[in-house]
Each structure stands twice: as structure tokens, then as C-alpha cells.
Design a protein around this ligand. Structure first.
Ligand SMILES: Nc1ncnc2c1ncn2[C@@H]1O[C@H](COP(=O)(O)OP(=O)(O)O)[C@@H](O)[C@H]1O
Ligand SMILES: [Mg+2]
Length: 272
């Protein structure tokens, strides 16, 4: 264990209420690339579909302690965190329990803070983490609200297609509301363009619009459409292990580097 680490892990939600935009792909592969860059990372699967868990090879029968147990306070993070095939990449898996009505039935004032409270307890120190990445469900429901209240920042995957920017204003509004009510330190880490095809005019247009409207909030790194990224989960591997030389692998390694280097930028310049 690295006893010299004194700061808290940085907690990042990977969120967009649209499904199929690359949230889970980004959580797994950014997490793996950060781990490969020498950081210690915990992924939290906050989607009842459990795609991040499956994609990292955690079979349903091995999901005894899950994000649901973490949220309800039944288990400690260190008890629920499982190793993955990648060194220094851990995951707390999800099952469909997470969509259970229990969460919605919890007392109103507490239910938005369940994940915050779980991740801000002394037990977290024992995991010796640099980053916690939360794979959000495709909605702005109570689970996503929990993620944002627990987080320092949000990474927003934006699929390079028509209408991509339309859903973004709703998401930005939610982030602003949470900043004004429950979590004043929440900021937008960055918007990452996913499934980008540079030969496609529409992709270029979406990129130009995003950079015009959002400026430096958009990561310089763009994730290309790459079949290796879609194949890797069925081999229970992140792309950096499934096909290290693929474009998808290079892209997520570059994104991890950019994320790490952005830590040096003063926050005031990045306020949205
Ligand atoms: N850059 C990419 N290139 C090719 N396929 C991708 C890429 N990113 C995601 N996919 C595929 O698109 C689908 C949706 O991605 P996923 O990460 O599951 O989105 P979300 O978590 O937002 O629903 C998946 O089948 C995934 O494998
Ligand atoms: Mg997903």
C-alpha cells in the first residue's frame, strides 16, 4: 500500500441520460487506461443493467455484494470492491436489484445522499484510490442524482450524431441544479466525443458545434468509432488488453493522459 497518498480520490460520474452514447465503454476503458498509467481506480457500476460489470468479466453469480448493498449501507466499499483482470482496477458490480423500489421508497432527505455517504467514509482510505469512476444509468433518475451529489466532476460522453447537443442542455441544467442545491463543488470535467468517424460530415459538424458552444470543456481527445471497442466487453477485457494497438485503445490512453494533465489547470478557468 502506498502510505504517502494523503488526498481523497477524485470522484467522477460518467453521465448522459441518453442510452448507447458510450458511457459504459468510456467508464471501463478510461478506468483501465488510468490504472495502466499508474493510478489506482475503483469503478462503480450504477446501472441496473450491469454492463460495466459484465464487460469486465464479473459473472452474475459472482455479484454477491453489489452497488445496491453499498447504497443501502449494508456493506463497506472495501468489502464490495472486486479485483478485475487489470491491476489497480477494481469494480463494485451491479445487478437488477439496483432498480428496485426500495431506493425510491427511502426517506426523501436521505435517498439522494446514499452514494455520497458510502464513498465519504473512512473505509474508502483502505482502498488507497486515486480515482472513482461511476458508470451512470441512461436517465436523470435518483441513481444519477446520487452519483452527481457524490462526485467532484462529470465526464459527459457525447455521441457524434445529429441531436447530440440537444439532450446536453437538460444534463447541464441538472448539473447546475445539483451544484446550487446539494453539491457546490460539482463541475464538468469534460465532454468527450464518442463513436467519431472523421470521414463523416455529420460527425465533423457535431464536433464543430460542440467546440463552438462548449469551448475548452470539450476534450481534445476524440474517441473514434472502432469495432475493437465494441468487441472487447464480450471477451471480458478493456480494449487496452483486448487489442492494445487498436485506434480505440490509443484513444482511451490519450483521454486518460488528458484527464490527468487537466488536473493541473486551475478550476476557475474551467468553471462552466
Ligand atoms: N467508440 C466506439 N466505437 C464502436 N462502438 C462503440 C463505441 N463506443 C461504444 N460502442 C458500442 O456502442 C454501444 C453503446 O455503448 P455503451 O458504452 O454501452 O453506451 P451507454 O453506456 O451510454 O449506454 C455498445 O454496443 C458499445 O460496444
Ligand atoms: Mg451503459
Amino acid at each position: 500500500m502506498n502510505l504517502s497518498r494523503t488526498t481523497n480520490p477524485k470522484i467522477i460520474s460518467v453521465a448522459n441520460q441518453k442510452g448507447g452514447v458510450g458511457k459504459t465503454t468510456t467508464t471501463i476503458n478510461l478506468g483501465a487506461a488510468l490504472a495502466r498509467a499508474g493510478r489506482r481506480v475503483l469503478l462503480i457500476d450504477l446501472d441496473p443493467q450491469g454492463n460495466a460489470s459484465t464487460g469486465l468479466g464479473i459473472e452474475s453469480e459472482n455479484r454477491e455484494l453489489t452497488t445496491y448493498d453499498l447504497l443501502t449501507g449494508e456493506v463497506l466499499p472495501s468489502e464490495a470492491a472486486l479485483k478485475t483482470t487489470v491491476d489497480d482496477l477494481l469494480i463494485i458490480p451491479a445487478t437488477t436489484d439496483l432498480s428496485s423500489a426500495d431506493i425510491n421508497l427511502m426517506a426523501n432527505e436521505k435517498r439522494s445522499y446514499m452514494l455520497h455517504d458510502a464513498l465519504h467514509q473512512p473505509d474508502i482510505d483502505s482502498l488507497d484510490l486515486d480515482y472513482i469512476l461511476i458508470d451512470c444509468p441512461p436517465s436523470l433518475n435518483i441513481l444519477t442524482v446520487n452519483a452527481m451529489i457524490a462526485s467532484d466532476s462529470v465526464v459527459v460522453p457525447l455521441q457524434s450524431e445529429f441531436f447530440a447537443l440537444e439532450g446536453l442542455s437538460q444534463l447541464m441544467l441538472t448539473i447546475r441544479e445539483i451544484r446550487q442545491s446539494a453539491n457546490s463543488k460539482l463541475r464538468i470535467e469534460g465532454v468527450v466525443l464518442t463513436m467519431y468517424d472523421k470521414r463523416n460530415n455529420l460527425c465533423q459538424q457535431v464536433e464543430a458545434d460542440a467546440r463552438d458552444n462548449l469551448g475548452e470543456l470539450v476534450f481534445a481527445t476524440v474517441i473514434p468509432r472502432n469495432v475493437r471497442l465494441s468487441e472487447a466487453p464480450s471477451f471480458a477485457m478493456p480494449v487496452i488488453d483486448y487489442d492494445p494497438t487498436s485506434k480505440g485503445s490509443h484513444a482511451y490512453i490519450a483521454l486518460a493522459k488528458e484527464l490527468i494533465s487537466r488536473e493541473q489547470i486551475p478550476q476557475t478557468r474551467r468553471a462552466s
